[in-house]
Write a protein that binds this ligand. Structure first.
Ligand code: MG
Length: 496
């Protein structure tokens, strides 16, 4: 691994040098060219089928659809797991959550958070001279040393954890204190109403792009929506035929449009890679306030495709051919190494799990996924392993609505528990994971079991009580005030 990292570092520096110089000016003398800008728009609990061009019904997403028409749509793109904090840790570090020790969803006054020893996309790019900003949900620890400003972001404005961790939670509100809105590292307001959040984040995003127009920038726009409790501004209230959930997605789509419009007006389109995706699948127990995973099985909190396969669109006029579609496997962990390659960023020897997927993003002919094996971990449990078309589940319990519709009006219905045995699915012919074909392909089962052993040795596995040799500890913090939440440490609660 070190060898490949060193090689990647070297190649990154080399490409930076090459990309950073072009012949021009007097006498063909090389002149510096600007590094590309990056915008990652990361939604919360938006399901695979919650975008028009991914099959949404009852609302329209014209800006996201146009973004796909101008760029590439990934149909086999995955968050690394199916719950908020762990998924976000992966995106920003390029690692499985187990490697960086962030599992589940962190609660207010968490004693753990993203370690300062980890390298985030923001830190990697800041080192290359980028302006960096995070607007929206953080959820990698709310103690001061864990905040975005300590992880490479020049600016931060948003909520430090999930927007339902507040006194108005429909069932456990008494566990939470008021919901803080943070600017930099200071609480600027406690929220009783979230209807302006998407608008505020969008205004910040546009302002940051305008202010950074003359230098390379990285914008991480992590909407709190459509995670419950759903809120929408008056601009979109009642606009969709899908109720409040559809209204919320329409406002997110508007926000995407504002970002793209700003880039266009500033002449930055051809120097900016914009990425849109989500952290995990729909929270099905919330019924009409949850999204949809379409034909995929289950949703958030499970390692079926509905929990972790996400809508993903990337746009970069001039670099990505218009209207491209990729059915190659890619993950949020691939973003850090890909952006590092484009920016000439260095990884400083950090062992990561993602791969540079620029050939996929650029839809180069014949480009194939560099991910030969993909481990489906949930809260420390290796629940499944994916290789090519095959996905092997290991025996485990999972939560399900078992065909029930879920709650209404923002109230959840309880999940029931189900169990799956050693079951093999062919995602190429059965993306809904309906038919176990393990008996027909014993050699595939054996191969994937062998791959799983490698992961257990490296990253551990609570299902088989293994401790991984390659895990790194999360950051630790001792609060001097009493905890508000009954359990403020890392949560593996099945109902979150
Ligand atoms: Mg989420």
């Amino acid at each position: 691994m070190n060898t490949s990292l060193n090689r990647r570092d070297f190649l990154g520096m080399l490409s930076s040098g090459l990309a950073g110089m072009a012949l021009g000016g007097c006498g063909g003398r090389p002149v510096p060219q600007r590094k590309p800008n990056f915008v990652i728009i990361f939604c919360d609990d938006q399901g695979y089928a919650d975008v028009g061009c991914f099959g949404a019904r009852g609302f329209e997403t014209p800006n996201l659809d146009r973004m796909a028409e101008q760029g590439i749509r990934f149909t086999d793109f995955h968050a690394s797991t199916a719950v908020c904090s762990a998924s976000r840790a992966s995106l920003l570090t390029g690692c499985y959550p187990e490697r960086v020790g962030i599992l589940g969803a962190l609660f207010p006054q968490s004693e753990t958070g993203l370690s300062s020893d980890e390298l985030t996309i923001a830190e990697m790019l800041k080192e290359q001279g980028y302006a960096t900003a995070a607007f929206g949900k953080w959820h990698l620890g709310d103690a001061p040393p864990f905040l975005p400003t300590r992880h490479g972001f020049d600016e931060y404005f948003g909520l430090p954890y999930s927007n339902d961790m507040w006194p108005h939670h429909p069932t456990i509100g008494d566990q939470f204190g008021p919901l803080p809105l943070i600017e930099g590292e200071q609480v600027v307001k406690y929220l009783d109403d979230q209807s302006q959040l998407t608008t505020w984040y969008t205004e910040r995003a546009v302002g940051f792009i305008e202010a950074s127009r003359d230098r390379p920038f990285f914008l991480y726009l992590a909407h709190n929506m459509p995670h419950v409790p759903l809120f929408v501004s008056e601009k979109f209230r009642g606009k969709s035929a899908r109720g409040l959930f559809g209204d919320v997605i329409m406002e997110i789509d508007w926000s995407v449009g504002q970002v793209l419009k700003t880039l266009g007006e500033l002449g930055l389109d051809e120097n900016t890679l914009v990425i849109f995706t989500s952290d995990n699948g729909p929270w099905l127990s919330y019924g009409d306030h949850a999204g949809s995973a379409g034909d995929l099985r289950e949703g958030k909190g499970t390692m079926f495709e509905g929990g972790m396969r996400e809508p993903c669109i990337m746009r970069w006029p001039g670099r990505i051919p218009a209207g491209a579609v990729s059915s190659e496997l890619a993950t949020t962990m691939d973003l850090l190494p890909t952006l590092a390659g484009l920016a000439g960023g260095r990884l400083h020897g950090h062992k990561i799990d993602g791969h540079d997927i620029l050939p996929l993003i650029e839809a180069r002919p014949g480009a194939r996924t560099p991910t030969d094996v993909y481990y489906c971990y949930y809260a420390g449990e290796l629940r499944a392993v994916r290789s090519g078309r095959w996905k092997l589940h290991f025996p485990h319990a999972y939560r399900t609505m078992a065909g029930r519709p879920g709650g209404t009006g923002g109230l959840p219905e309880p999940y029931s528990s189900a169990e799956i045995g050693l079951e093999l699915f062919d995602l190429q012919s059965d993306v809904g994971e309906t038919t176990d074909v393990a008996d027909r392909h014993p050699e595939v089962v054996a191969r994937l079991q062998g791959l799983a052993e490698l992961a257990r040795e490296d990253l551990g596995d609570k299902l088989t009580e293994r401790v991984g040799k390659g895990v790194r500890p999360p950051g630790k913090y001792e609060w001097d005030k009493p905890k508000k939440a009954e359990e403020a440490d890392q949560q593996e609660r099945p109902d979150w």
